[in-house]
Design a protein around this ligand. Structure first.
Ligand code: GLN
Ligand code: ZN
Length: 803
């Protein structure tokens, strides 16, 4: 019989219980026992919920107090020395210190400053530096990066997987523990020394996994899920060999994987987010009892796998329910894939599953009372997805006829969605159909635009600016919250925002910045703010998804054609501009970033949806220009994270994503200066695509790498202007002017000085005014010094007003 299975359940709790308890613990409001009890209660509830949904193979050890990769690091004793760990189970305080850093022994750590994809966490000033955090493949989940070094030793330091298996067992649930596979664990880690081969640690790591598998087997586990997402990525021979070596060793500890040993622990190797493709042979030959395939991302691999020949002992876990998105599954098509596999292998060798762990979707759509009922009917969150899995497994076992009603209902729903007037806006589709290539091209090349922009703006050399947001003070947050709750009037709210904008504008004038911003006081989230003003988006009340640690996000849902009924930012930006003679920069979120940080409709290609977003932003850009705004920034912090996991897909993505950015920004006159901002520092491999965006100015994160990242800009001879960040806003530290001067000197050695801007790494919203004001004063002072030095050296290319 085919089994209904799951690979991982959201840990956060339907009411964000985990966040509340964890933060209360950090604040000292509850003790460790209370936090542990919340964890146990959530696990119990989630196991029961899965069982009720009809899931037969339920995961354990998918729960985590912070992150499952951090758990894995603690499991194998990969704790960097600076945390003072002495062996044995890693104490909870040490665990959190690894994630968040700690300030002088309280273990509570430095504050969480930046949001997802918005930079790494705060390093703080003193205390112990947190481990790095980075994105989990192409998701918006962030994991703690294991640190790896030559000579590192691993030990089995924790019994978490065994304990949670037992805990479920005591509740009458026989679970399948989930582990990060050893090869993926090493590849997820970062070598402390450049050039150190992380996989050289494999032989030291494997005995720890062997010991653990022995314990799980002794505890009575029949299956273990080893997540090896790298198996679906571009690999070299060394990585493939490591996988073969690893699983040979693991199978030794788990017992025969060919079914000959009834007491063996079956290893399910789980891959997701991509197809196996060129790693197919490697995957099929691993000594494992099961292999999980993501058939949502790569449905075509079903056929490839069957063609390649599935070894007789191997079961397949087929991920046919999308674990990455929120739409109901079209059951008949999912079933067709499953039936194809059943005909080839028989039902006994099949497991029906979501495509990946469900931590990437919210928990239960039934909780959404305010959602439009029609749109709600199209959605499935974790609980509904598991019901779909269970239904499909039954249909595989009992045949279509037995499930006729459910299949017909699914078909009707799909049909209803196809026909729904909510989904389509003819005007938008017509506009898309009539797009002309020149709409995605500015009228003149940058060199020419630059001249007219300079006449228009009269900026000094090395112009100074900021990235957009100013500190979000408590008063400001309260103002927005009270307005949302209806506690203050619209007028009172707007008056508050106006006052804040005026304050920020005056402050910037005093500090002496050249291109000002309005400070973004009206925005709590850079995507939601725009989504709420556009058609085609739905919002949930409880649709939280973990981004990292206790930081959860509630992505908007794009369900229909996107349109902008009216201006979104013009009012506040023009108000700011009315206060000053210096240029105020209009501030928008770009189409790719809005797409990337939303749940995107699955009934048309992503690039199509992105073009619709681009047109909406284009209209806003044009409205800003018409309202007299001379500089407009379109933020694309998520541009890079949209890159497909496999290189083969990069070209196509960069082409359409770039086209969308240009479509959004090319509707203006030559004298209007377009900025963009991206806050990360890996540009080497996409620098050409970045250049092709043809923004007049790009600001990027550069201070932490000491301008190293500019190498890419030099090698490529980046044609337009660049503002490499000289102020690290991820830290509360105020950098002295001399330090910024030094960074600017380094930058000027790589990028033509006449093309340099002076700005922070990212927005200031997570910082405090008492840090920001002196830091910006230093930044302006640094720009002045560099200008003077350049003036003395008699360099050309400096026209206009001198700071
Ligand atoms: N304009 C935004 C800000 O300053 C940019 C945020 C970001 O890069 N993620 O906050
Ligand atoms: Zn940024």
């Amino acid at each position: 019989m085919a089994l209904a299975t799951n690979l991982g359940f959201p840990r956060i709790g339907a009411n964000r219980e985990l966040k509340r308890a964890t933060e209360a613990y950090w604040q000292g409001d509850i003790d460790e026992a209370a936090l542990l009890a919340t964890g146990a209660e959530l696990r119990r509830r989630h196991w029961m919920m899965q069982r009720e949904a009809g899931i037969e193979v339920i995961p354990s050890n998918d729960f985590s107090f912070y992150d499952h990769v951090l758990d894995a690091a603690c499991l194998v004793g990969a704790v960097p020395e600076r945390f003072g760990w002495q062996g044995g189970p890693v104490p909870l305080r040490t665990y959190f210190a690894m994630a968040r850093g700690s300030q002088g022994g309280d273990g509570a750590g430095a504050g969480q400053s930046a949001g997802p994809g918005r930079g790494a966490q705060d390093d703080g000033q003193s205390g112990i530096r947190a481990m790095e955090m980075t994105k989990w493949f192409d998701t918006n989940y962030h994991y703690i990066v294991p640190e790896l070094w030559p000579g590192q030793r691993f030990t089995l330091a924790s019994r978490k997987p065994v304990e949670e298996f037992r805990e479920a067992q005591a509740l009458g649930v026989a679970t399948r523990p989930v582990l990060v596979g050893p090869v993926s664990f090493l590849l997820l880690g970062k070598a402390r020394q450049p050039g150190f081969d992380r996989l050289s640690l494999l032989d030291r790591l494997l005995p720890v996994y062997q010991e653990l598998l022995g314990q799980l087997r002794a505890a009575g586990a029949r299956w273990v899920q080893m997540d090896e997402p790298y198996l679906a990525l571009d690999l070299g021979d060394a990585e493939r060999a490591a996988l073969r070596r690893a699983y040979a060793a693991l199978a030794e500890a788990a017992g025969r994987q060919d079914g000959a040993d009834p007491g063996a622990l079956g290893i399910l190797v789980a891959t997701y987010f991509e197809g196996l493709r060129d790693n197919l042979e490697t995957a099929l030959q691993l000594p494992a009892a099961g292999l999980h395939l993501d058939l949502v991302r790569a449905p075509d691999q079903m056929e490839q796998v069957l063609q390649a020949g599935v070894p007789g002992h191997l079961s397949l876990s087929l991920g046919v329910v999308d674990g990455r998105n929120v739409w109901r599954t079209h059951l008949p098509s999912a079933l067709s894939l499953l039936e194809r596999a059943r005909r080839a292998l028989g039902a006994e060798r099949l497991m029906v599953a979501p495509s990946c762990s469900l931590i990437h979707v919210p928990i239960d759509v039934e909780r959404e009372k305010a959602l439009d009922p029609e749109v709600k009917g199209w959605l499935a969150f974790a609980r509904q997805k598991l019901e779909e899995v269970a239904l499909l497994a039954r249909a595989v076992n009992e045949g279509r006829e037995a499930l006729r009603e459910a299949l017909e209902a699914s078909e009707r729903l799909a049909e209803q969605r196809r026909r729904s007037p909510r989904r389509t806006k003819l005007a938008v589709q017509r506009r898309l159909a009539e797009l002309q290539p020149e709409q995605a091209r500015r009228a003149a090349p940058h060199a020419e635009r630059r001249k007219v922009q300079q006449q228009h703006l009269e900026l000094p050399a090395f112009p100074t600016t900021t990235i957009g947001s100013f500190p979000q003070t408590r008063e400001l947050r309260q103002l927005r919250a009270r307005w949302r709750r209806g506690e203050i009037s619209q007028e009172a709210y707007e008056e508050g925002i106006r006052r804040e904008i005026e304050r920020v504008v005056r402050l910037q004038e005093q500090i002496g910045l050249d291109v000002l911003v309005h400070g973004e006081p009206e925005r709590s989230d850079m995507v939601e703010y725009f989504a709420q003003q556009m058609d085609g988006f739905a919002f949930t009340d409880h649709g939280w998804v973990q981004s990292y640690g206790t930081r959860y996000v509630k992505p908007p849902i794009i369900y229909g054609d996107v349109a902008r009924p009216g201006p979104m930012t013009v009012r506040w930006i023009t108000y700011a501009q009315s206060l000053t003679s210096r240029p105020v920069k209009g501030m928008l979120t770009g189409p790719v970033t809005i797409l990337q940080w939303s749940f995107v409709r699955d009934d048309q290609p992503r690039d199509e949806t992105c073009r619709q977003l681009a047109l909406a932003i284009r209209d806003e850009v044009q409205d800003l220009e018409a309202a007299g705004i001379r500089v407009i920034q379109i933020d694309e912090p998520a541009f890079r994270e949209g890159l497909p996991l496999r290189r083969a897909g990069w070209g196509r993505y960069l082409e359409w994503a770039g086209e969308c950015f240009r479509l959004a920004t090319s509707g203006v006159r030559n004298e209007t200066q377009i900025h963009t901002h991206m806050c990360y520092s890996e540009f080497n491999d996409i620098i050409e695509a970045i250049a092709a965006l043809d923004a007049d100015v790009i600001s990027i994160e550069a201070s932490r790498s000491g301008m190293e990242i500019l190498e890419a800009f030099r090698r490529f001879r980046y044609p337009n202007q660049v503002g490499p960040g000289v102020y690290d806003i991820h830290s509360p530290r105020v950098p002295p002017a001399e330090e910024m001067v030094e960074l600017l000197r380094r930058a000027a050695a790589v990028v033509e000085p006449g093309k340099l801007w002076v700005n922070p790494d990212c927005g200031l919203k997570t910082r405090q005014y008492d840090e920001v004001v002196p830091a910006l004063r230093n930044l302006v002072a640094a720009a002045k010094q560099v200008r003077e030095a350049a003036g003395q050296a008699g360099q050309a290319g400096q026209t206009g007003r001198e700071g």
